[in-house]
Design a protein around this ligand. Structure first.
Ligand code: PPS
Length: 220
C-alpha cells in the first residue's frame, strides 16, 4: 500500500451499522496494482465505473490538461506516434485510459462481474435519474434519488440537482465539469474511432452491455 492510500484509509470515517462508505478515485480503474490491493482489503466491496465513449473521454482528458497547461501540443499531435502511417499513440494516457477492456481484464482477475456496476456516462447526462436508479439498486438502497431531484440547466447544458441535502439552492457540478472541447480534426476522430472499435467490442462482450459508442455521430 502506498503512503497516500494508507493516509486515505486513516482519514476515512468508520462505517457504522446501516451505513455505506463510498470512495471515488477515477485512477484506480487504470492502476495495475489497484485490484489486488483493494481485494486484499475488502473482497466483497462493490465497484462502480462510469464509462463514456473513449474518443470523447480522450478529448475531455486533453481539455482538462490544456486548461492547466495551455502550452501543450495539439490533440492531433499527441494522439499519433506517426500521423502519416495513422499510428495511434496508445501510450499517451488520454488514449490508454479509454482501452477499457484492458483495464477490466485486470479487475476480473480479482472481482466477479456481479460486483461491478458500469454506468454509462452518456446516459448519466440524458437520464441521470435512470442511471441513479441502477446505482441505488446495485448498492441495495431504496430509490431515494429520483427524477424529481434533477432539472436540466440550459446555461450549463447539463442536468443539475434541484436541491442538494446541505443547501436550499440548486447545484450544478463545477466549472471544470462540462467544459467546451476544442474542435478536433474529423480525420483524427475517425482514426481514433477505428482504433477503439475492437476494444469497445471486447468491453461490451465482457460486461454484457452495449454502450452504443459506434452509433454516435460527433465526438459527444
Ligand atoms: N451533470 C453533469 N454536469 C457536468 N458534467 C457532467 C454531468 N454529467 C456528466 N458530466 C460529464 O462529466 C465529465 C467530467 O467528469 P470527470 O470524469 O472529468 O470527473 S472526475 O475527474 O472523475 O472528477 C464532463 O466532461 P467534459 O464535458 O469533458 O468536461 C461532463 O461531460
Amino acid at each position: 500500500m502506498t503512503c497516500s492510500e494508507t493516509r486515505k484509509i486513516n482519514v476515512m470515517p468508520k462505517t457504522l451499522d446501516g451505513q455505506l462508505t463510498m470512495e471515488k478515485t477515477p485512477s484506480y480503474f487504470v492502476t495495475n496494482e489497484a485490484p489486488k490491493r483493494i481485494h486484499s482489503m475488502a473482497k466483497d466491496i462493490k465497484l462502480i465505473v462510469v464509462v463514456r465513449n473513449p474518443v470523447t473521454r480522450a478529448i475531455s482528458d486533453y481539455t482538462q490538461t490544456l486548461s492547466k497547461k495551455p502550452e501543450i501540443p495539439t490533440f492531433e499531435v499527441l494522439a499519433f506516434k506517426n500521423r502519416t502511417l495513422g499510428l495511434i499513440d496508445a501510450s499517451w494516457s488520454a488514449i490508454r485510459i479509454g482501452i477499457y477492456a484492458l483495464h477490466l481484464e485486470n479487475w476480473l482477475q480479482y472481482f466477479p462481474l456481479s460486483q461491478i456496476l458500469f454506468v454509462s456516462g452518456e446516459r448519466l447526462i440524458v437520464d441521470p435519474a435512470g442511471e441513479m436508479a441502477k446505482v441505488q439498486d446495485f448498492l441495495g438502497l431504496k430509490r431515494v434519488v429520483t427524477e424529481k431531484h434533477f432539472y436540466f440547466n440550459k446555461t450549463k447544458g447539463f442536468p443539475c440537482l434541484k436541491k442538494p441535502e446541505d443547501s436550499s439552492a440548486p447545484r450544478c457540478l463545477g466549472k471544470s465539469k462540462g467544459r467546451t472541447h476544442p474542435r478536433i480534426d474529423p480525420d483524427v476522430i475517425h482514426r481514433l474511432r477505428k482504433f477503439y472499435k475492437p476494444f469497445n467490442m471486447m468491453f461490451y462482450q465482457m460486461t454484457g452491455q452495449d454502450f452504443q459508442w459506434e452509433q454516435e455521430e460527433g465526438d459527444k
